[in-house]
Design a protein around this ligand. Structure first.
Ligand code: SF4
Length: 471
């Protein structure tokens, strides 16, 4: 059997790293040196893609079926509960499919982030970031992320900037080795921003709206550049393609499921278990998941389309760079057509994508021109953790994809280890919301009231969870 090689984009985050997937009996990853976002380099998640792409079958109520029959049954159930279905996708698929989803979505579309809580004139700044090459030429970079953990391929750009003389300030819970200055989030008001500063933050469904507004406001007041990185491949495409659609936030969606006004949830390439509390999911009459790799949740209907690397279509990364996938598959699009009661034509959706971007062709080496309208003054009131001890979740590609990694521990300060008399190689007891878990720990340069974790333990309440700790 000969190999089939696909030129594709890593689905681990919205950095847009290009790579090859070689398919024979198993999958292999090959480097694509010509890729403008990453020049062939991949992080641990990119190298783990053969583990990420788990095979999947279409199912209706636990019985295996064809993709067409699963999509037909989904259409039947959506139509039976007219007006009580929500459609959710945070990206992870092509712009063409996202346009089709928007058309299918009646009036309830959720691309996940809380745009309702943010001023409308900041939308474009949040949706599309700046070219990575501008990071390399910045004089002062202020990080509101942990680049090593969350968006690893940006580290090369930061090191290049530093080698050219850039000062790097990390506003983070842990001292970062590449930073020339490390300050804690609660001390950000002491920091001097200027028009030469470039702020790098991130934006995702669990982002604290006040924190996002605060970052936007710091940039505005100083005339600094700001760029928001995003955790889902093609998040930028999801925002651009649904720019004019009325959207609901994830919080609103959870509320509506709990109230019973939403009874059916259709998720396109977005894992509901990662995003929605399981108590809320349990209240749904129908959970319909359309995806290219095995979901880790029990859905009433699974519509199994091709994995991302086999698809035909367009992804847009953090920079706004549009990239064509090298596959030929459109069975995801065809299934969305059955769900919507229409037939979607790839070519006409592709024309709409190009029109939205103002380009004649998708060329990964030329970033389309985006308008970046100025936004008005913003009032923000970011909260700092008040709890004696807080568990801070550092969302990274493994965490978002629920893919196991070797990081099943928390990081805590040496002072905390001494105060609790923790033993080397021993365990730390963490209590929250009536649950108690035991975890391995590692000493790190973090504040004494913070535990950092790159893994979900099932006791979290958003990004910052008040906890009690003991030996
Ligand atoms: S940085 Fe993001 S896109 Fe690049 S290889 Fe890692 S997970 Fe994939």
């Amino acid at each position: 059997m000969s190999d089939t090689i696909y030129s594709t984009i890593c689905p681990g985050c919205n950095f847009g790293c290009g790579l090859y997937i070689r398919e024979n009996r198993a999958l292999d990853v090959d480097f694509r040196k010509s890729s403008p976002a990453n020049a062939g380099k991949l992080c641990r998640f990119g190298m783990s893609l053969p583990r990420f792409y788990k095979p999947i079958k279409s199912m209706v109520d636990g019985k295996e079926t064809s993709i067409e029959d699963a999509a037909k049954e989904a259409a039947k159930r959506i139509s039976a509960g007219k007006g009580s279905t929500a459609f959710l996708s945070f990206g992870n698929t092509t712009c063409e499919e996202l346009l089709a989803l928007r058309k299918a979505s009646e009036s309830y579309l959720c691309t996940g982030v809380n745009f309702e809580g943010l001023p409308k004139d900041t939308y474009q700044t949040l949706s599309v970031g700046i070219p990575y090459s501008e990071i390399e030429n910045a004089k002062h970079i202020v990080l509101f992320i942990d680049p090593y953990e969350q968006y690893p391929l940006i580290v090369r750009r930061l090191i290049s900037a530093k080698n050219k003389g850039a000062k790097i300030t990390a506003v983070w819970w842990k001292d970062l080795a590449l930073a020339t200055e490390n300050i804690r989030p609660e001390d950000v008001s002491k920091l001097q921003f200027t028009k030469d500063s470039l702020i790098i933050a991130d934006f995702h469904p669990f982002s604290d709206v006040e924190q996002v507004k605060s970052v936007l406001s710091l940039a505005k007041n100083a005339g600094a550049k700001v760029t928001f990185l995003k955790p889902f491949a093609n998040s930028t495409g999801a925002y651009i393609m649904s720019k004019d659609a009325k959207q609901k936030s994830l919080a609103q969606l959870v509320d509506d499921i709990n109230k019973g006004t939403i009874k059916t949830l259709f998720c396109l390439e977005s894992n509901p278990l990662e995003l929605i509390p399981s108590e809320a999911l349990g209240k749904l009459t129908n959970l319909i998941v359309q995806t290219g790799q095995a979901p880790d949740t029990k859905a009433n209907i699974v519509i199994a389309h091709e994995p991302l690397y086999k698809k035909k279509g367009t992804l847009i990364n953090n920079e706004g760079r549009a990239q064509a996938l090298g596959g030929a598959g459109t069975n995801g699009l065809d299934a969305l057509g059955i769900v919507a009661g229409t037939k979607f034509d790839f070519n006409s959706l592709h024309e709409s994508v190009k029109k939205a971007l103002g380009v004649a062709a998708i060329d990964e080496f030329t970033i389309p021109k985006y308008e970046r309208p100025a936004y008005g003054a913003i009032q923000a009131a970011p909260k700092q953790p008040e709890a004696k001890t807080a568990l801070v979740s550092v969302f990274n590609p493994f965490m978002w994809s629920n893919l196991s990694d070797d990081n099943d521990f928390v990081e805590l300060s040496l002072n905390t280890v001494r105060a609790l008399k923790l033993l080397k190689g021993g365990m730390l007891m963490i209590k929250s919301n009536g649950s108690a878990i035991e975890k391995r720990f590692k000493v790190a340069p973090v504040p004494d009231n913070v535990l950092l974790s790159c893994r979900k333990f099932g006791i979290e309440k958003g990004t910052i969870t008040p906890v009690e700790i003991s030996r």
